[in-house]
Each structure stands twice: as structure tokens, then as C-alpha cells.
Design a protein around this ligand. Structure first.
Ligand SMILES: [Zn+2]
Length: 287
């Protein structure tokens, strides 16, 4: 009644010219009713605002998930494209290497043909020599040419092995490249589909978010946005068994009661998330 008297006094003072309102008539009770309903309204407003913020946090969580899902794909696609480029470089390098080896082979073959011709010539000259010394010189020259042919043949065999290895590497690389290309194609398709799919959902979520936020006070919106910058999609924590669901720290019992009453918006003293009592949280979000 103390409160009602005060209210009545203020009412009478601010409305000097009006007829004095008797206590019995309505004054006290009317004002009391008004005060009661105002308190009740306050409580309801914060419950509903907390609930709306909770819904915004769910929207933000989904938006983050969409972003994360898609955010991963472009990086993967880039990586695959990089791999394909590496494979292509290996293939080009090997092909160039094979061309070089072919040209070396051709030179060796020319060299051997020339050496064989020279040997033939020396063989003929061998019978025309006039001294042992000359004969020995020709024999040495022939031996030297045979050595060269042997060396060239050995190198030729090496080249064949090298070429075969390079060709095999090209084949393997082509196969790997084809696999990666297939993977790349799938991922690109997935990203396209995801973009198409999420475009609508994202728009829907963003519109919903704007609509909810438009109904809330700027102060509350700012508070939420500030916390959401740190804990994207998790700016709201649930008060459950006197614990903050965000950081799992305990909330003092008296504070817990105040949070439950929701006469104002509270943030967790430890993590800074907005706290909402479990009883306000919709059933399907309680887990
Ligand atoms: Zn916390």
C-alpha cells in the first residue's frame, strides 16, 4: 500500500485541476493494478526478447554452418586445381625429357654408324700398312672406335630404361590427374548446388534475422551483436542447474533466481554470454 500511496500522490500532484480521486473509488487499486500489470509486462517483455535473441542465435549458428560448409569447398577446389597443375607440369617435363633422350639416341646412332664406317676403312687400311707401328696405330684406333660403340650401346640401353620409366610416370600421372579431375568436377558441382541451395536458405535466415532484430531495442541488439562477434552463433547461453551452458561455470543462486525472473538481461560474469533460463528455452532446443 505504501507504493500505491506514493503513486496516488504523484498522480494528484501532476493533475492539480482534476477532481480529487478517492482511495476507495479507484485510485489505489487502479494504480496498483497498473503497477502490477506493468511489472508483469516487463517480465514478459524480457522473456520474449530473450527468446527472440535465442532464435537469432540459432539463425546465426545455421548461417555460420552454411558458411563453414561452403567455406571449405573453395579451398579444397583450389587445392585440387593446384594438384592438377603439378601433374600437368610433371607430364610436360617428362615429355620434354623423352624428346631430349630421343635426340641423344639419334646422335648416338649417328656416331655408331660413323664409327662403323671408320672401322671398315681402318680394316682396309690395315692391309696396306708399311710398318708394325702403323699397324698398331690403326689397331688402337679401331679398338678405340669399338670402345666408343660399346659406350654408346650402354648409354642407349640406359636411355631405353629412362624412357620407359618416364613413360610409365606419365601414364601414372595421367591416371592420377584423371582421378583428381573427377574429384574436382564433383566438388565444383557440389559447390554450385550448395550455392543454389543455400542462397535461398541464407536469404530466408537473413530476412528472419532482420525482422526479429527490428522488433528489439537497439541496446539489446547492440549487446547481442557485440557478444556474437566473439561467440558467433553462441551468444546465448542457457542457465541450467545454476550453470552457464556456454562456459560451464556456476552462477550464484541469487543471480540464478534473478535470471529466471528475467526482469532484465544478464550476461555470464565469466564468459560474457547472454544468459537465458532453461524454462524459457523452447522444448526442441533444450538438449
Ligand atoms: Zn558463461
Amino acid at each position: 500500500m505504501e507504493n500505491s500511496n506514493k503513486e496516488e500522490y504523484q498522480l494528484n500532484e501532476s493533475d492539480e485541476n482534476s477532481e480529487p480521486v478517492s482511495d476507495e473509488e479507484q485510485g489505489g487499486t487502479r494504480i496498483l493494478d497498473y503497477t502490477d500489470s506493468e511489472e508483469e509486462k516487463n517480465k514478459k517483455i524480457y522473456n520474449s526478447e530473450l527468446l527472440q535473441l535465442f532464435q537469432v542465435s540459432k539463425i546465426d549458428k545455421e548461417l555460420l554452418e552454411i558458411e563453414e560448409e561452403r567455406g571449405d569447398l573453395p579451398a579444397k577446389i583450389e587445392l585440387l586445381q593446384e594438384e592438377i597443375k603439378n601433374f600437368e607440369q610433371i607430364i610436360v617435363k617428362n615429355k620434354q625429357e623423352i624428346l631430349k633422350l630421343d635426340s641423344e639416341k639419334e646422335n648416338l646412332s649417328k656416331e655408331n654408324k660413323n664409327a662403323a664406317k671408320k672401322i671398315d676403312r681402318y680394316d682396309e687400311e690395315k692391309f696396306k700398312v708399311r710398318s708394325n707401328k702403323e699397324y698398331d696405330e690403326i689397331t688402337r684406333a679401331i679398338d678405340h672406335l669399338y670402345d666408343q660403340i660399346d659406350r654408346n650401346d650402354t648409354r642407349n640401353n640406359e636411355i631405353e630404361i629412362l624412357k620407359s620409366n618416364l613413360t610409365k610416370e606419365i601414364e601414372d600421372t595421367e591416371r592420377n590427374k584423371a582421378e583428381i579431375q573427377e574429384d574436382l568436377k564433383e566438388k565444383k558441382q557440389l559447390l554450385d548446388e550448395l550455392n543454389k541451395e543455400t542462397e535461398m536458405r541464407e536469404l530466408e535466415l537473413k530476412n528472419k534475422r532482420v525482422n526479429i532484430m527490428a522488433r528489439l531495442d537497439a541496446g539489446i541488439v547492440n549487446l547481442y551483436e557485440r557478444i556474437n562477434k566473439t561467440y558467433t552463433g553462441e551468444a546465448i547461453a542457457i542457465l541450467r542447474n545454476e550453470n552457464c551452458s556456454g562456459c560451464f561455470n556456476s552462477i550464484p543462486p541469487q543471480k540464478a533466481i534473478e535470471i529466471k525472473m528475467a526482469n532484465q538481461i544478464f550476461v555470464c560474469q565469466t564468459c560474457g554470454r547472454i544468459l537465458i533460463d532453461e524454462s524459457i528455452v523452447p522444448e526442441n532446443h533444450k538438449v
